[in-house]
Design a protein around this ligand. Structure first.
Ligand SMILES: [Cu+2]
Length: 146
């Protein structure tokens, strides 16, 4: 009788052990499924960001030109652009200058210190001659085409 009880107890322990191992395996599978569900969401967010980044450079590079101010002269001194183009004068000289229309006041910049810049977007077709109000010998022309 005692041997039979011992065998029954051993069998119960083995069966309980199998149940524990099986339930542990099931609980291990569940977290893996959760992490796999999270991963695709992150990938779709990355794709959206890439698409919006691609659009930006095309817009900003569209119509802008820069004129270099150096050694008391504008370079290029003569410029032909399409209407709607933004022209930026960058003062790479050691002294201050201005961008001032020869006639009228279309171009009327403040004093542009060394290292600073001034920009103007041309929307009227025609030719605009300008000079530096501090150094009248500095001259330039912007021709705006339709
Ligand atoms: Cu000047």
């Amino acid at each position: 009788m005692k041997k039979t009880f011992v065998i029954i107890v051993i069998l119960v322990v083995i069966i309980v052990g199998i149940y524990l191992v099986t339930s542990n395996n099931n609980s291990n599978v569940t977290p893996i499924d959760t992490s796999q569900t999270t991963a695709p969401v992150t990938q779709s967010q990355t794709t959206t960001t890439t698409t919006s980044t691609t659009v930006t450079p095309n817009t900003s590079t569209a119509a802008s030109v820069s004129v270099d101010i150096r050694n008391f002269s504008f370079s290029p001194a003569t410029l032909t652009i399409k209407s709607g183009t933004k022209v930026t004068w960058v003062n790479n000289d050691t002294v201050a200058h201005t961008i001032t229309s020869d006639s009228g006041n279309l171009l009327n910049s403040p004093i542009i210190s060394s290292g600073q810049s001034f920009d103007f977007t041309f929307t009227t077709v025609g030719s605009v001659s300008y000079h530096c109000a501090i150094h009248p010998s500095m001259k330039g022309t912007v021709t705006v085409e339709k």
